[in-house]
Ligand binder design. Structure first.
Ligand SMILES: NC(=O)c1ccc[n+]([C@@H]2O[C@H](COP(=O)([O-])OP(=O)(O)OC[C@H]3O[C@@H](n4cnc5c(N)ncnc54)[C@H](O)[C@@H]3O)[C@@H](O)[C@H]2O)c1
Length: 271
């Protein structure tokens, strides 16, 4: 018996990193997964390694190794029609229900407010904020139609509650996600659909651990380092740490929690 037996979960950015781990963990608990990922460079301003089709194939393999079922395809969160079509087919294939949504696909890049390019700003907002809205637009009608309630999680960041220097588009988009989530929470409460944001500090993924531009910033602008220092000096979180919170918020154990900003941040927001 798993905690999510018979449930259907949609996850964006599922090919690697946090999204992959969430898929594996939900599958282990009995859920069926609908997933998507770009599997290509999302923006010329992202300098950490690009996700590949092989990464997505590995996610599928790992989910199936847990005994899980997954429908996962290559696509862009900026493409509303793609998300709508994929979710519709997934919901039909998995019995006409959608219980959990994890809006997770995102990008990160660096630069001071007046030095970043227009395209850098636009790419980040298009993926990290408008892309999340498109995920909600593609999924909420199915949750309402199924009438089973549910849980929606929008992955924000420490940068969604505390402004981070040298990360203006990232910070602005992650703050925007909070407003989007809390609006949706107010509109969906009467349908017993809960909507929360989660706010990790650094997580050991290619975004969190392999970004040459981040190292460059920390080496050349040490005056900004205090903003990136958490209370708990334990290094970066593991993807499982974030999955623990995602599965909790998606579960009935969190049935009283909505419109929250759930911090998984080693206290970094309070520094
Ligand atoms: N890693 C960290 O330190 C950290 C900290 C706080 C918050 N976050 C957030 O966590 C989420 C997951 O990030 P991660 O750490 O797993 O990074 P990651 O780069 O390993 O994974 C993100 C995935 O999203 C996909 N993606 C990017 N743009 C896309 C698009 N337009 N359409 C579809 N897929 C797209 C990528 O291909 C990639 O597979 C992001 O929203 C990120 O902002 C990360």
């Amino acid at each position: 018996m798993g905690d999510f037996d018979g449930k259907v979960v949609y996850i964006t950015g599922v090919a690697r990193g946090q999204g992959r781990k969430h898929a594996i963990r939900f599958a282990r608990e009995g859920a069926r997964i609908i997933g998507m990922d770009l599997c290509a460079a999302p923006s010329e301003y992202v300098k950490y390694p690009t996700t590949t089709e092989d990464d997505l194939a590995q996610t599928i393999e790992k989910v199936e190794a847990e005994g899980g079922e997954i429908l996962a395809e290559i696509g862009d969160v900026r493409d509303l029609a793609f998300q709508q079509d994929l979710v519709s087919r997934g919901v039909e294939r998995f019995g006409g229900r959608l219980d959990v949504v994890v809006a997770n696909a995102g990008i990160c890049n660096w630069g001071k407010v007046w030095e970043i390019d227009e395209q850098q700003w636009q790419d980040t907002l298009d993926i990290n904020l408008t892309g999340y809205w498109k995920t909600l637009k593609a999924t909420i009608p199915h949750m309402l139609e199924a009438g089973n309630g549910g849980s929606i999680l929008l992955v924000s960041s420490v940068a969604g509650l505390k402004a981070m220097p040298v990360q203006a588009p990232y910070s602005a988009s992650k703050h925007g996600v909070v407003g989007l989530a809390q609006t949706a929470a107010k509109e969906l409460g009467e349908h017993n659909i809960r909507v929360n944001t989660i706010h990790p500090y650094g997580v050991l993924t290619p975004m969190g651990g392999e970004d040459p531009d981040a190292l460059e910033v920390f080496n050349t602008m040490p005056q900004f380092l205090p903003h990136f220092t958490p209370i708990l000096g334990m290094g970066m979180a593991k993807t499982d740490d974030i999955s623990d919170s995602v599965l909790f918020l998606a579960s009935d154990a969190a049935r009283t929690i909505t419109a929250s900003t759930f911090q998984v941040d080693m206290g970094a927001i309070r520094v």
